[in-house]
Design a protein around this ligand. Structure first.
Ligand code: 9MR
Length: 785
């Protein structure tokens, strides 16, 4: 039986970090591998052949014991790389890798083969080749390596790190080796050769820097879609996930899900969390947070199959102390990260919710992306020209129906996206283009009629459910209408609920409940047909845009509907969420572009590490495109704490053609006469109109700022701590650049020194009560500086 060296207070980094020998908060006993199995995921690590060696003179018994007891999947850290496996042309050496594979075999662990094609770890003889010679060498290498292990290595990282941070294929220098010498095809070919050598192996592309909605993640997404379209045998995407204790993982689950939605497996393949050096205060706590978030993000995505750490003890790690990136010290003492991973695994996977969903933001093409968190995928085929239209946010695309013959349908094999004989909820954003005729937003087929239709007619929304699956004219559908009229030309959230136990149907428009429907027959029938978006089997079509359609297999309460109907189009809480709760908002795909480490500050509620600390050098901006249209009504809400008032400093700004379409910032004055200002660039880009706060800005205290601009009236308002403090008027406002960013605490006018928290961006003008509420909800627990 393996004994951890517990009971020892082990000090890392001198006395800076002390790993407690036991963790009082550790609630879930059990081995990681058992808990992982119960959660339907594998837990693993990169391992090295030397300490795994069964010969006690070579191996490390503690290392072997821990790996055997705790892990269910192993990755050879280096032993399967080209320089190890084929150091000279045609001379293969599998001895070290065999040690690992043999160990895994004995302990019933799976093995991830890492990696066949990488620009690094290449022997000199390969680098000297080009053209046909290189192609032949690559094919031989892949074929020989994959064949050698057969079914003992069931998963391969076929291609490793092919992309630049910008999302294009690496080219130039040693990093561009494969593409420059073989052309882009090398990826297709490599997967095909690996597949031929072992047709049952799961083949992965492994990459780093794709853990949020980054240009690299987008580039990879397009690359993978191309591979799939060409029939290349790729089965999974590995997310390396090398992180820092200061990393935030907003968007990880979202990014995993986006690739899973292409029908692929996803996996965390190289998790490690490097500590700050010199050590910060609660380094191990922050490290545990990151380990926990990553594990939770994987569990949140049913097609995420494993979490592999890049080493499990600092004794054998590519980042040993003081970076100390693994879950165990070099004496095998578990750190808080170990207990956190254990607790998260013990909690298991969250329930699938929603059961089907379509983001509908494919830029072009005909496959409507299924963004479901359900293990079942329901990809929909859209009619030509229906996708790629303007969405709710500048970077977000939408489906647009012509009202005549366009729609999207699930494939027959993927039909029955929802069950209609039990409770369900449909949630959708739509921008109607007309109120002509009977228009259907969504429906699902029965054998003879639609099992439900959700749409609008005569200017009112409706949910219709027929009593029976028959075209018999005597059987009218049950139909509930909204009282709120359909408004054309703007995005509205509409939800329909069938609450089977109560027998009441319900409709919600923009988060507000319509009067309750009458009692319906609760014997609703089960349909098994095709799900339609923007159309019905009876030939009714939707005229206008549809985005973010979600199907839940339960009656959502009004609080959840209200959250789905939230006008928030961007939110940055800086709390480290994985993105799930703001899935469609692309929450906090914010980056720090400088090489400066991110730092965390105590927030206004006295919670440690829950606000972002800025020293004037960090560059925080959003990725993936502008979150809001600045030439339409909008509001910005943010909490800010100034370290000083020594110069002008920007809180929020956005990318425009030359200057930001708005600035929310500090304007330094003379003496102590410093003010907050909200500046809006007019539509022709010729003038910045400024609203200046009556209140003075001071360093030290947390301040709540809200800026609003109304497209209808041109009114600009600046609120400080819940009350209006400055106003002005500008009748038009410049547009933000579609692929630009929202900047947080940074611009040419001066970076912020202090802290920022809870940035919220709305595509509408907030009312005074809403703004007071935003301010007051924090007031009772406000931290006294
Ligand atoms: O941890 C690995 C280190 O021991 C090797 O020297 C290095 C070069 O082969 O590779 C390290 O592992 C890398 C992995 O193969 C790919 N993703 C990044 C990892 C850390 O650099």
């Amino acid at each position: 039986m393996y004994l951890w060296r517990v009971g020892v207070l082990f000090a890392l980094l001198g006395s800076a970090i002390v790993v407690p020998a036991t963790n009082p908060a550790a609630a879930a006993p059990g081995r990681l591998r058992d808990l992982a199995q119960a959660a339907g995921v594998k837990i693993g690590s990169a391992v090295r052949a030397a300490p795994l060696n069964p010969d006690p003179a070579v191996g490390d018994e503690d290392y072997r014991d821990w790996a055997r007891e705790q892990l269910s999947t192993l990755t050879a850290e280096n032993e399967l790389k080209w320089d190890h496996v084929e150091p000279a042309r045609g001379r293969f050496n599998f001895a070290a890798a065999d040690t690992i594979v043999q160990f895994a075999h004995e302990t019933e662990q799976t093995v991830r083969g890492h990696t066949l094609v990488w620009h690094s770890a290449l022997p000199a003889w390969v680098s000297a080749l080009s053209g046909d010679q290189l192609e032949a060498a690559l094919q031989t290498h892949i074929t020989s390596t994959v064949s050698h292990f057969g079914s003992d290595v069931a998963i391969w990282d076929v291609v490793n790190e092919p992309l630049n941070d910008s999302g294009s294929l690496r080219s130039g220098g040693s990093q561009g080796f494969w593409k420059d010498r073989l052309g882009e095809d090398y990826i297709d070919e490599s997967f095909r050769w690996a597949h031929a050598a072992n047709p049952t192996a799961r083949l992965y592309l492994n990459e780093y820097g794709i853990e949020s909605d980054s240009p690299k993640a987008r580039g990879l997404y397009e690359l993978v879609k191309g591979l799939l379209a060409r029939g290349v045998p790729i089965h999974g995407i590995g997310f390396q996930t090398h992180k820092l204790e200061t990393s935030r993982l907003s968007g990880l689950a979202d990014s995993l899900r986006r690739f899973a939605d292409l029908g692929l497996e996803v996996a965390i393949t190289e998790l490690g969390v490097k500590l700050l050096t010199p050590a910060g205060g609660d380094s191990l706590g922050r490290q545990a947070d990151v380990y926990g978030w990553v594990t939770a993000a994987c569990l949140a995505v049913p097609r995420c199959v494993s979490v592999t750490a890049w080493g499990f003890t600092d004794r054998y790690s590519w980042i040993p102390a003081p970076g100390a990136a693994t879950m165990l010290t070099d004496q095998y003492v578990p750190k808080p990260a170990y207990y956190r991973v254990r607790d998260v695994l013990a909690a298991g996977r969250p329930a699938a919710d929603p059961v089907a969903a379509w983001r509908l933001d494919e830029p072009a093409g005909t496959i409507a992306t299924d963004a479901s968190s359900s293990p079942q995928r329901h990809p929909a085929q859209a009619d030509p020209g229906a996708l790629g239209h303007e969405g709710r946010q500048p970077f977000l695309r939408a489906f647009k129906g012509n009202g005549i013959d366009s729609g999207a349908t699930t494939a027959p094999a993927e039909s029955n996206a929802m069950r209609t004989n039990v409770s369900y909820t449909l949630s959708v954003w739509i921008k109607p283009a007309s109120t002509t005729g009977d228009q259907v937003i969504a429906s699902q087929d029965g054998a003879n009629v639609s099992a439900f239709t959700f749409g609008h007619t005569d200017g009112r929304y409706y949910l219709a459910v027929p009593l029976a699956d028959t075209t018999d004219a005597g059987v009218d559908p049950q139909r509930l209408f909204s009282q709120t009229p359909v408004v054309i030309g703007q995005w509205n959230h509409v939800a329909a609920v069938w609450d089977n136990p109560s027998g009441h149907p319900r409709l919600y428009v923009n988060g507000v409940a319509e009067p309750e429907g009458p009692l319906w027959n609760r014997e609703t029938w089960a349909s098994t047909g095709i799900f339609h978006i923007g159309e019905s089997r009876a030939g009714q079509h939707f005229h206008g845009s549809i985005s973010d359609l979600r199907v839940y297999q339960r009656a959502l309460p009004s609080t959840e509907i209200k959250a789905l109907a939230s006008p928030v189009v961007g939110q940055w809480g800086f709390d480290g969420h994985t993105g799930d709760d703001s899935w469609f908002h692309r929450d906090a795909a914010a980056r720090n572009d400088a090489t400066v480490a991110l730092l965390w500050a105590t927030d206004r509620k006295c919670q440690a590490n829950k606000a972002i600390s800025l020293t004037g050098t960090q560059l925080i901006d959003t990725r993936g495109g502008a979150p809001l249209f600045t030439d339409r009504s909008y509001s910005l809400s943010v909490w800010v704490q100034l370290a000083d008032t020594d110069s002008d400093q920007v809180v929020l700004a956005a990318d425009g053609t030359s200057i930001s379409p708005f600035y929310l910032r500090l304007k330094r004055g003379t003496g102590d006469d410093h003010r907050w200002i909200f500046a809006v660039l007019n539509g022709s880009g010729t003038q910045q109109v400024v609203a200046t706060s009556e209140q003075k800005a001071e360093a030290g205290a947390w301040t709540h700022l809200v800026a609003t601009w109304s497209m209808e009236t041109g009114q600009m308002q600046l609120f400080v701590d819940g009350t209006v403090s400055g106003t002005n008027t500008v009748l038009s406002s410049a547009a933000a650049t579609e692929n630009g960013s929202l900047h947080i605490g940074v611009s040419q006018l001066g970076n912020l020194r202090g802290a920022i928290d809870d940035v919220l961006v709305y595509q509408q003008v907030l009312t005074q009560p809403e703004i007071s509420a935003l301010y007051l909800q924090y007031e009772p627990s406000r931290c006294q500086p």
